[in-house]
Design a binder for this molecule. Structure first.
Ligand code: GLN
Length: 483
């Protein structure tokens, strides 16, 4: 049963082949048995899951239907879940039980999804390897000595290991697409404003966006359908109608114009990944697509701009964790200043502290113009590059990551080496564009992802292209040994 996709589960439930309760029990048992190897969950929510599963079965018995009704999922542990620990991967929030559900959590629950638990993640979503979590690193099911990517590494490892069919993630600079690539999943970062951020603990508010991680584009369509839509509680949510993503999966790719940026093929890219990227282009050509070389001339400035803007926003967002209102408080504070200093010093891990310091520095009066303002200008140039490119092509295709999953610990002593891994993903966040990563082959037994980018609100186009690709390739069906 654990091999079933969301789409297959929906059919099985509709045909009464099994109940949601049976499925939920089977997957919870599988998680208990296998997750100790992976560490992909921070909390299991067995009682809630069984209650939701029974309720979904009752709704089906009453004639209701729906692709998510009775479907087991998990949430990255930065989506607030009422009465359930919402840790954000941090000691700071180890004891925090959210007083309300995030909009995404509430919407998926209303659609009948069953929450099996909360998944492990980099602390406050800062990282690309899932090694900065207070709850320990997550292992990649394709090779337990390698990282699964981050920051949604728990969601990715759990879905890749068939512990459940799909999970939510968030993507500030690649945290859905990069772990999807490194674990052989399909992951989609929607247009900024497409999915509500209400109740999603903020890292960098102008970049953060929630989205689905699943094995297929078809399943991403189902999960995104349940997540997307206008939310008056989020002032950056956009009031645009949500199309029927599943209905759009079968559109023809005849005449689809694919742009491949020449800047993507620079020295930092593993040549074996470059070959797999070009092989995916050939596959799409067979389906009727036409290919054109394009240029994104300001791409080289993306990493420095992102690593000013994201920490700047983080330093501001994380100032609320002061030992007074939320989460961890140090023992026996001598006075207010001591309370702040030690609560934050003890509650945040080293990567989070590094980001807060970089961000506070970039925002300080003397340096604001030199760093933050300049980074915002680069952001506009990057957006303009994309706008020009999308005048000529319908989607942009390239690698999701320059390298396959690295060994645990390999980049721990050099944060900048890890930041460089984000080179292909962060531009979509800076510009607010939707992006998808899909499985496209293997290097040394480790999965490789291809990234597709589309104009604003064209998530449907990304899902359509990925689904057509997956109808004609079998990379996404490969299962890691032992799972
Ligand atoms: N790796 C990037 C960072 O550390 C992106 C993380 C994310 O998307 N949450 O900031």
């Amino acid at each position: 049963m654990h091999q079933l996709t969301l789409a297959e589960i929906a059919r099985g439930l509709a045909d009464k082949k099994f109940s949601s309760e049976e499925l939920t029990k089977a997957l919870l048992a599988r998680i208990t048995q296998l997750d100790p190897q992976l560490n992909s969950f921070i909390s299991l929510t067995e009682d809630l899951a069984l209650q939701q599963a029974k309720a979904a079965d009752a709704r089906r018995a009453n004639g209701e239907s729906g692709a998510l009704l009775g479907a087991p999922i998990a949430h990255k542990d930065l989506f607030c879940t009422q009465g359930i620990r919402t840790s954000c991967g941090s000691k700071m929030l180890d004891n925090f039980k959210a007083p309300y559900d995030a909009t995404v959590v509430a919407k998926l629950a209303a659609a009948g999804a069953v929450t099996l638990g909360k998944t492990n993640m980099d602390e406050f979503a800062m990282g690309s390897a899932n090694e900065s979590s207070y709850y320990g690193p997550v292992k990649n099911p394709w090779n337990l000595e390698h990282v699964p990517g981050g920051s949604s590494g728990g969601s990715a490892a759990a879905v890749a290991a068939r512990l459940l069919p799909a999970a939510t993630g968030t993507d500030t600079g690649g945290s859905i697409r990069q772990p999807a690539a490194l674990t052989n999943l399909t992951g989609l970062k929607p247009t900024y404003g497409r999915v509500s951020r209400w109740g999603m603990i903020a890292y960098a508010s102008s970049l953060d966006q929630g989205g689905p991680l699943a094995r297929t584009a078809e399943d991403c369509a189902i999960l995104l359908q349940g997540m997307a839509g206008f939310d008056p509680q989020d002032s950056t949510s956009i009031d645009e109608p949500v199309p029927d993503y599943s209905a759009g999966l079968n559109g023809s790719l005849q005449g689809l114009r694919i742009g491949v940026p020449k800047e993507y093929f620079s020295a930092g890219l593993d040549p074996r990944i470059a070959d797999l990227v070009m092989a995916s282009v050939e596959e799409l050509k067979k389906l009727g697509a036409v290919v054109k070389e394009i240029s994104l001339p300001n791409m080289q400035h993306a990493i420095p701009a992102y690593y000013v803007i994201a920490p700047a926003e983080a330093s501001s967002n994380l100032s609320r964790f002061d030992g007074v209102r939320f989460g961890y408080r140090c023992e026996d504070p001598k006075n207010l200043e001591d309370l702040y200093k030690r609560s934050r010093g003890e509650g945040f891990g080293p990567e989070v502290q590094r980001r807060i310091m970089v961000g506070a520095y970039a925002l300080s009066a003397g340096y604001y113009d030199a760093y933050y303002l300049k980074a915002q200008r680069i952001r506009r140039l990057i957006k303009n590059d994309f706008m020009a490119a999308f005048n000529e092509v319908d989607i942009i295709l390239g690698p999701t990551t320059p390298n396959p999953a690295w060994k645990l610990g390999a980049k721990n002593s050099d944060p900048v080496a890890a930041y460089l891994e984000d080179v292909y993903t962060i531009t979509a966040n800076l510009a607010g564009l939707p992006g998808l990563s899909m499985p496209a082959g293997f290097v040394d037994g480790l999965p490789v992802g291809v990234q597709l980018l589309a104009p604003y609100f064209q998530e449907g186009r990304l899902l359509n292209v990925a689904h057509q690709y997956q109808q004609n390739t079998d990379w996404h069906t490969r299962t890691p040994t032992g799972f």
